[in-house]
Design a protein around this ligand. Structure first.
Ligand code: AMP
Ligand code: ZN
Length: 112
């Protein structure tokens, strides 16, 4: 499948890995929007949050279980933002479900 994040997950495209296990991969974003900006992706291809169902939603709980551990590991003691962009209006550019974990500076609200 021609999916950049699947290729990162299977090692075809290199990434700066932060964490990996059998379910997720975490790596630095190519175009960081904050001092710390990593992406958390499921290894399983799910196109977006539109595709989340009762059957596959366990991966979302797993990402949220891991996020505070990753934030601590990355030194984000002051807090962090966990973002999922879904669809065109949501600003999604890569069609493989992912969460942006951002921190290291104050995050304004609302986003642009
Ligand atoms: P989104 O706009 O929410 O779909 O986020 C996609 C993110 O993936 C953007 O922040 C990009 O900078 C990032 N990105 C795209 N290709 C790569 C890559 N090969 N390695 C790391 N990050 C990437
Ligand atoms: Zn994919």
């Amino acid at each position: 499948m021609d999916c950049v994040f699947c290729k990162i997950a299977n090692g075809e495209i290199p990434s700066k890995k932060v964490y990996e296990d059998d379910k997720i991969l975490v790596f630095h974003d190519l175009d960081p929007q904050a001092p710390v900006h990593v992406l958390i992706i499921p290894k399983q291809h799910i196109s977006s949050t539109w595709e989340i169902t009762e059957e596959n939603s366990g991966i979302i709980a797993y990402v949220f279980e891991k996020a505070p551990q990753l934030a601590k590991q990355l030194g984000l003691d002051g807090g962090f933002r966990l973002v999922n962009n879904c669809g065109n209006d949501g600003g999604q550019t890569v069609q493989h479900l992912h969460f942006h974990l951002l921190g290291g500076r104050f995050m304004a609200w609302p986003p642009g």
